[in-house]
Design a protein around this ligand. Sequence first.
Ligand code: HMG
Ligand code: MG
Length: 319
Amino acid sequence: MNTSELGLPMAVPTQDLPARVRIHEVGARDGLQNEKDAVPTEVKAEFIRRLADAGLTTIEATSFVHPKWVPQLADAEQLYPQVADLPVALPVLVPNERGLERALALGARHVAVFASATESFAKANLNRTVDESLAMFEPVVRRAKDAGSVVRGYVSMCFGDPWEGPVPVHQVVRVCKALRDLGCDELSLGDTIGVATPGHVQALLAELNEEGVPTSALGVHFHDTYGQALSNTLAALQHGVTTVDASAGGLGGCPYAKSATGNLATEDLVWMLQGLGIDTGVDLGQLTATSVWMAGQLGRPSPSRTVNALGKTAQSHQE
Ligand code: HMG
Ligand code: MG
């Protein structure tokens, strides 16, 4: 399958949207952390190489968390060196100093801490209160910056929480500001369980700006549980956001939030962005072929609408 055999949307640029979007690809981390069966390290490495070949420039590779908490990513030490020479940024998740030391020892220079806007998820995901987790991140961010790393700060449950329900905007803003004060270069606003809607997204972004967090420091991270991820992304683009997280083939979920399903599929995102005339640098055909290959490795079809539509188009062209 190559691009020339695939359909592409007609590009109809729309005013007041960014000219370029950086996709922060999370398939190998957020996508695979929840898999029931072990995915061989070599398959993960091949997945990451294919994503880089498809033009993705930021590919979250793995997490240096406790292996008992996320067994699927327990091979971080084996995986990272297999992809370290790729000419792309390879962020990794580090919850604490132990995780940071493991990552730095392998030469990682893009790391991410991950906070929660709610107490329930902070406890479930990090075994800490929100403030205890921020205290845990303080030396991580400081030492990472001293080592010359770029540091991302995730905030989970920005819109709703499976235990606490809707999450007030000011609660999210407090955690975002705390992460900025620690020195995080970029924040990623996580809709962990996919309940956000476009107005809510714009209200949070506006409040963050109001409180001194510039849009240029913000990325969005939507899970697609209720089919809102693309609408929410468009709302964020309209606000000026240019960093969007997505997962190839729509893989994903969070082991510590049972109602979380897959992330926004990178192919669905690229289809929309190409249609809006927004540059991503991604070859949609190669990316789709990668997700079809990965679906074969995992033994189940991709949930991405675009992967399925383009896969069928490619098949009918072969017949
Ligand atoms: P804890 O049990 O409180 O750990 O877990 P601890 O600090 O008490 O340490 C206990 C033992 O674990 C010690 O060993 C440590 O050395 C070891 P012992 O002395 O007993 O032999 N340990 C480690 N070993 C290896 N690597 C480490 C590490 N840290 C401690 N990094 C901890 C606290 C943070 C470690 C645990 O809660 C954890 O690993 N959590 C990770 C959960 C996770 O990865 N969740 C998924 C990612 S978040 C997400 O998906 C959301 C996101 O996509 C955005 C969105 O959608 O919202 C980002
Ligand atoms: Mg996530």
